[in-house]
Design a protein around this ligand. Structure first.
Ligand code: 5GP
Length: 189
């Protein structure tokens, strides 16, 4: 998606530890015109799928997923990062290791919001090692719902999350795939 790639080149900042900061337009301040174009693009790429629900993980996926859900005319639900677990059997639970905080979280989703009849599109801002996405896939599978695919805004193609997900046979659409990034250069696939 050229608009997104141009914006990453203009406003993205590479930080130590292979982190790309895009907080001026994607995951702190959000450029809503760009978010709308992103939502439209996901709709175009998955227009052949009978999506009934959009799933993401808090916090930075929520805005993107909400705008995307408008284009599919379905509800969005987000998995929550839980500090302490109070399991009452009504929750789906999985573990996710955070790339940015190097911490393992329990991630939860109320069973009532994902049913076996659902056809789910998973949306997230970044794909790095794939932990967040694998956790969300696990939740959908535990709910007995169908995964139609995953839509990622920025995939860091030099990390192996994308390969893991594609190897599972899951349809993955990333709007910008970064091949390499250093302080002074960034290239796309
Ligand atoms: P993964 O679980 O694929 O290793 O990492 C994905 C999650 O980590 C995303 O939900 C995102 O919040 C965060 N993340 C991974 N890489 C980056 C990055 O380069 N920049 C930012 N801002 N977040 C990242």
């Amino acid at each position: 998606m050229q608009l997104l790639k141009d914006r990453i080149l203009k406003d993205g900042v590479v930080k130590p530890g292979n982190i790309l900061k895009v907080d001026s337009f994607l995951n702190h301040q959000m450029d809503i015109l760009l978010m709308n174009e992103i939502g439209k693009e996901f709709k175009a790429r998955f227009s052949d799928c009978p999506i009934t629900k959009i799933l993401t993980i808090e916090a930075s996926g929520i805005g993107i997923a909400a705008i995307t859900a408008q284009y599919f005319d379905v509800n969005m639900v987000f998995a929550k990062k839980a500090q302490s677990l109070n399991l009452d059997g009504e929750m789906l639970v999985t573990k996710v290791e955070s790339f940015t905080h190097k911490k393992v979280y329990d991630v939860i989703l109320a069973k009532k919001f994902l049913s076996p009849e659902d056809h789910v599109l998973i949306i997230d801002d970044f794909l790095a090692n794939g932990c967040a996405l694998l956790g969300l896939i696990d939740l959908v599978q535990n709910a007995g719902a169908t995964i139609e695919g995953a839509g990622i805004v920025i995939e860091k193609g030099f990390q192996d999350g994308g390969r893991k997900i594609r190897d599972m046979g899951i349809r993955l659409e990333s709007l910008a795939i970064i091949d390499s990034m250093t302080d002074d250069s960034l290239t796309f696939r």
